[in-house]
Each structure stands twice: as structure tokens, then as C-alpha cells.
Write a new protein. Sequence first.
Length: 94
Amino acid sequence: MIRDQIQKILNLPDAIIDQPENKSFGDYSTNAVLQLAKKEGRNPMELAQEIVQKLLVSDTNIFAKIEVAPPGFINFTLSQDFLAGQVAGILNAK
């Protein structure tokens, strides 16, 4: 579910969204920008920054933090409000 939402927000339906082993990199991360930058002949860090800036101004309460990490990863940390809403939805469904 979260992976689908991130793919939709990134407008990259084939992006692979992983949960990093190192939690300091957030709850989810993707290297899809590396592939996109190569395809477009662009600098992956610059492209990742552009994407993150667009995501930060979008109207979403899903993420507490979205960061770029070398060589062009985007790391996502879920917001506490979003997580609380998900828990409440699960509890209400029972």
C-alpha cells in the first residue's frame, strides 16, 4: 500500500521501493532516480533534489521527512499522524 502510494507520488509506477536495513535512511527508499537520470542523461543528485522539492510542496501528510542521499536515492520517513491514522483504520475495521 505505502509502496503504491510512493510510486504514484513519484509518478514512477515501476519504481522499486524498499525498506532500508539501516533505519537512519527512513522507512522506505528508492533508487529509481538513478535509472531515470541515466535514461534522461541527467545528474542523479540534481534530479532527485528536483523530485524531492516537488514532493515537499505537494499536499500530503504521509511523510515526516523526504531526503536525498548519494548517489541519488530518495529516502522517505512516514509521519506519526499518517501511522496513527493507519492504526486507527485497522482497529476500526475489526
